[in-house]
Design a protein around this ligand. Structure first.
Ligand code: EPU
Length: 427
């Protein structure tokens, strides 16, 4: 069992590089199934969710070759299968993208109900609604979702809720369907635009990604491409908050500042200094941090995936802040862990009231999901004393080499592995 051990109190300083976006990469990798020529994906993050996606492709019959640590050559010509078994799908939420990609490729898909972070009820009714609008039948057969279509035909899709996953899945299924598909009330996250750009670079005809109406004119063939995944908005935001929480001065490099605006605006409001460059942001603190209110919303609102990290920063600010979760039912499970570190947070349903105490203290804690884990790292870096974080596999799903990256800017964080024999003796 691995854990992170953090000696808090160091002021983070220097330059840190952001990797490719997890939530884009996990859509782009299945999208390669829509093409039978060679594709090269660059700026792919080194995280376990990506490894799982690549393994699923390989198990389906694709050839997958690592050219550099962040670059893969993939060829799906040899893919014959259309089924993703439970063992692979259960490990990540984004395995649902294999539904849209396999359906678009073969008119058939069989994928186990997806796993992923426990954030409350995570229905996929809107995904199925989109597939149905394109002419696919679906059924749930002992935990496997079965899709089949004699022929996919473009259609009108109106989402009842704004959903990233269903928007991307609809794009994957529609890109080779016959005729025009119109997606209304679409999600507008940067990774939606990235998927559209990737598919368009293969010859697709997608317009409007990044607005709430996306129009897709089906094409019969997609060709190979070389494409770089966009930088990870949430990894960047996590480093920005870590810099601020330690009173540091950090240049976060390899970002698209426009994608960070919802985060940057809030951080400025609480007293953090941020200077934007073409592909970097400098974050520093030279005065007190002050309270604010945050409500998470779909893009361009404040991202839910930054809520635990910002809430952690607000425990260090003056005054009482209010954080409202507007996307997930259960995204305050980390609060109990932060309380162990001295935070004063009261949660009532989807609202957290944070009374800034100005300081945190090190403690043993558990990462209950990916962003909760990121928040605990920030708390550990800012705290007095030592913090030990267990269950870091959640963190490694979405942050590649985070301990090395943070050490590079002065964070005292180590990954410690307990050998299985030692665990046995302890038991
Ligand atoms: N929803 C439905 N029906 C559906 C799909 C979604 O009711 O068929 C609801 C959800 O219950 C939720 C809301 O719509 O209340 C938004 O869900 P969405 O589909 O947008 O989320 P997702 O695609 O499952 C992605 C990210 C999440 C991120 C959300 C919101 C991936 C792989 N995951 O999830 O990322 O929180 O969008 O931005 O892209 C993370 O990275 O830590 C993470 C959880």
């Amino acid at each position: 069992m691995d854990k992170f051990v953090i000696q808090g109190g160091n002021r983070l300083q220097g330059e840190i590089q952001v990797s490719g976006a997890k939530n884009a990469a996990v859509g782009l990798i299945p999208a390669v199934l829509l093409c039978d020529e060679e594709c090269v994906l660059e700026n792919v993050p080194d995280i376990s969710d990506v490894s799982i996606c690549l393994r699923i492709l390989y198990e389906l019959g694709a050839s997958v070759e690592m050219l550099k640590p962040d670059t893969y050559r993939i060829n799906c010509k040899g893919v014959r299968g259309f089924s993703v078994p439970y063992e692979s799908a259960k490990q990540m939420r984004a395995s649902y993208y294999f539904l849209g990609a396999l359906l678009g490729r073969t008119g058939k898909a069989r994928v186990s109900m997806p796993g992923g972070c426990p954030l409350g009820d995570r229905p996929i009714d809107q995904h199925l609604k989109a597939f149905s609008a394109l002419g696919a039948r679906s059924c749930n057969d002992h935990g496997m979702i079965d899709l089949s279509a004699d022929k996919l035909v473009g259609g009108q899709i109106y989402f009842d809720v704004v959903t990233v996953g269903a928007t991307m899945n609809a794009m994957l299924a529609a890109v080779k369907a016959e005729g025009l598909t119109i997606i209304e009330n679409a999600a507008k996250e940067p990774h939606i635009v990235d998927l559209a750009n990737f598919l368009n670079s293969m010859g697709a005809d997608i317009m409007g990604a990044g607005t709430d109406v996306i129009k897709i004119r089906g094409v019969s063939y997609l060709h190979g491409t070389t494409y770089a995944v966009i930088p990870d908005q949430i990894e960047a935001g996590t480093f920005m908050v870590a810099a601020a929480a330690t009173g540091g001065d950090v240049l976060v490099k390899g970002v698209i500042p426009k994608h960070l605006e919802p985060i940057t605006n809030k951080m400025k409001k609480i007293g953090v200094n941020i200077e934007e460059f073409d592909d970097a942001v400098r974050v520093w603190v030279d005065g007190p941090l002050v309270k604010t209110s945050i409500k998470t919303q779909p893009h361009p609102g404040f991202p839910t995936d930054m809520q635990p990290q910002m809430a952690t920063l607000l425990t260090l600010a003056e005054g009482t802040s209010v954080v409202t979760e507007g996307v997930w039912e259960q995204r305050f499970r980390y609060v109990e862990e932060l309380r162990r570190m001295g935070a004063d947070i009261a949660v009532n349903d989807k609202v957290a009231i944070i009374t800034g105490t100005g300081k945190l203290m090190g403690a043993p804690v558990k990462a209950c999901d990916l962003r909760a884990g990121a928040a605990l790292i920030i708390a550990g870096l800012a705290a007095n004393g030592v913090t030990e974080i267990e269950d870091i596999h959640h963190i490694e799903r979405g942050y590649g080499n985070i301990e090395e990256k943070l050490r590079g800017i002065g964070g005292d964080i180590r990954k410690v592995s307990t050998p299985p024999t030692a665990m046995k003796k302890a038991l």
